[in-house]
Design a protein around this ligand. Structure first.
Ligand SMILES: C[S@@+](CC[C@H](N)C(=O)[O-])C[C@H]1O[C@@H](n2cnc3c(N)ncnc32)[C@H](O)[C@@H]1O
Length: 252
């Protein structure tokens, strides 16, 4: 049982993290409208994608206006919902959201529960219908490497949130990274949460010659342009300010 002091420290750290994420959410959104309603829908879908991550994606979609978004790892469709609603709200012409998932279950979830498969496709389809984003969805029920083997189209925004191993992340990035356009942006989920993801993402960025912009809410943002989209830049600035404030505040 941790001591009361250790528990208090943990609570302070959690509160600081929550405060930082809320500041980053607001910084990423700036004056962009529409997010509250979209998140109100997306957060009802079970999943891991948080509000800050969603806000950064909302701003990136509105700025980059990606014609093709590839999402690797949809699960029940929380991030898919947010991405689809963002493409609709930004009114991106002929937008396509490719949602890739074998729908056999999330690695960490299955390990924690001691089971080897979680079929998610039926529920995913129900949530997608409820979100009303069907007309821009291109659902692929397969591992990313299988889809990538037959892929030829340019990709403007790639979201890597599939199998969280070094090999899995690398396979995802190697499959779709070469198709990134000159303005192509990539987000690696859970980059700071899992060493395996970090190793895979770092290697992938080096191999693909991607600029690493930095991490927001555990996700690594990278891309072909030298400068990150404005919403990412604003969220990163908050992270740096809070880190500087932490370094300056006296330790007891
Ligand atoms: C962390 S969940 C995705 C969470 C989702 N983005 C959300 O918003 O809740 C990871 C998903 O990756 C899928 N997955 C596992 N291996 C995959 C692969 N090789 N290619 C694509 N998806 C994969 C799993 O089936 C699981 O649904």
């Amino acid at each position: 049982m941790p001591s009361p002091l250790a528990r208090a420290r943990r609570a302070v750290r959690a509160a600081t993290r929550a405060g930082l994420r809320s500041l980053q959410r607001d910084a990423a959104l700036g004056n962009l409208p529409g997010f509250e309603d979209a998140w109100g829908t997306a957060h009802r879908v079970p999943g891991w994608f948080g509000e800050t991550e969603a806000a950064v994606f909302w701003s990136v979609v509105h700025e980059v206006r990606p014609a093709t978004v590839v999402e690797i790892g949809s699960y029940l469709g929380r991030s898919t919902t947010l991405l689809g609603l963002a493409l609709q709200h930004a009114d991106v012409p002929a937008a396509r959201l490719v949602a890739i998932d074998p729908h056999t279950g999330d690695r960490q979830n299955m390990r924690a529960l001691g089971i080897s498969t979680i079929p998610t496709l039926d529920l995913f389809r129900i949530y997608m219908q409820a979100a009303g984003i069907g007309e821009l969805l291109d659902v692929r029920v397969a591992p990313s490497a299988e889809v990538a083997a037959d892929w030829h189209d340019p990709v403007d925004l790639l979201f890597v949130d599939g199998w969280h191993s070094k090999r899995g992340v690398l396979a995802d990035a190697r499959g779709f990274g070469p198709h990134l356009t000159d303005r192509g942006i990539v987000c690696f989920d859970d980059y700071t949460a899992y060493k395996s993801v970090r190793r895979g993402a770092d290697l992938a960025c080096t191999e693909l010659g991607l600029v690493r912009y930095g991490t927001v809410a555990a996700q690594l943002w990278a891309g072909r342009p030298e400068v990150a989209p404005a919403g990412v830049v604003r969220a990163l600035r908050v992270e740096r300010l809070v880190s500087a404030a932490r370094r300056l505040s006296p330790r007891r």
